[in-house]
Design a protein around this ligand. Structure first.
Ligand code: ATP
Ligand code: MG
Length: 304
């Protein structure tokens, strides 16, 4: 059984004046017990899709199955077993950390105070236990929001941009926390993000979504392989580059930026010599950098 299965899911936002097609026939299978990433630019449809999976929105057409239940017919069953945290903290501003968690725990019928106290420790909020929500830093608000997503001991957690707006060290800490919680509890996590590095660090499988469509879906390695680009060679020379280079074997894409050229190749080891020899004809080489292609490169290629 999968955590989530989407079959030809469409979402059309209708208003009096206009119609916006946010999802165009999404087909997706999300495995259980892993972290799955939904990656895409602004307006791609990530929040819409995750909201449908979490039974907050109802799709216009198509079928969604969550933990074996139908998202429309069995929404109640699903809601007991899942939880969601979105990047826009929306807790009760006048309640403290403890009171907020306790309140949400009660909504789920969780009476044991230890559940709340454990979450406070787990998310490093002990110091702020009695601080009101509106007086917390953005990072701590986000931690509280994540903690809240665990009050009902969910099997499946949806995280919509969990590290949005956080500075890098806080974001890193939170990512580690998400990875720890997922591993320790063996739950399934579906998260959306703009950050390639986040998906690369956390997610075993990733779907790229653009303009309401899944443009690629697979493991990190599969996605990179799919595009056949493994390494990126960037060479800087001492002159502006205006000439077109001849096409070279094993080079899938060339980017030009002022005095530097980047080559996306199948293997840097095999292609470096040819590429560098060609560039040397354009000017004196000042610097060469070789690195593995990352998801950001893959993504830029996919959404073109
Ligand atoms: N309630 C709504 N009514 C009308 N259009 C909407 C509504 N919500 C979202 N949209 C539109 O649907 C599309 C998908 O939006 P969505 O919020 O799902 O994208 P997203 O990938 O989450 O973007 P972001 O990265 O900015 O959060 C966008 O074009 C958006 O403007
Ligand atoms: Mg969104």
């Amino acid at each position: 059984m999968h955590a989530v299965v989407c079959e030809d899911v469409w979402m059309i936002y209708k208003s009096l004046k206009s119609e916006k097609i946010a999802l165009k026939g999404i087909n997706l299978k999300i495995p259980k017990g892993k972290i799955f990433g939904l990656l895409g630019p602004n307006g791609a449809g990530k929040t819409t899709l995750i909201s449908i999976m979490a039974t907050i929105l109802k799709q216009t057409r198509g079928r969604v199955e969550v933990l074996g239940f139908d998202s429309v017919r069995d929404a109640k069953e699903i809601r007991k077993r899942i939880n969601i945290a979105s990047g826009n903290p929306n807790l009760i501003w006048s309640l403290t950390v403890y009171e907020n968690l306790r309140y949400y725990a009660m909504l789920y019928g969780v009476r044991d105070r230890r559940v709340v106290e454990n979450l406070i420790d787990e998310f490093e909020l002990r110091e702020f236990r009695d601080v009101e929500f509106n007086r917390l830093s953005t990072g701590n608000k986000q931690k509280l929001l994540l903690a809240r997503a665990f009050v009902n001991d969910p099997e499946l957690v949806f995280l919509d941009e969990p590290t949005k707006g956080l500075d890098p060290p806080v974001a890193k800490r939170l990512r580690e926390k998400i990875a720890d919680m997922q591993r320790d509890l063996g739950i399934s996590v579906v998260l959306t993000t703009h950050y390639m590095s986040e998906a690369e660090m956390l997610c075993e499988r990733i779907a790229f979504i653009n303009r309401g469509e899944i443009v690629a879906n697979g493991s990190k390695e599969e996605l990179k392989r799919m595009l056949k680009m493994k390494d990126k060679i960037t060479i800087e020379i001492d002159a502006e580059i205006s000439m077109q280079l001849p096409s070279l074997e094993g080079v899938y894409m060339v980017e030009r930026d002022g005095k530097s050229l980047s080559f996306y190749v199948d293997s840097a080891e095999r292609r470096l010599w040819d590429v560098a020899s060609e560039v040397a004809k354009l000017g004196r080489i000042k610097n060469i950098v070789v690195r593995e292609v990352d998801l950001e490169d893959v993504f830029n290629e996919l959404v073109k």
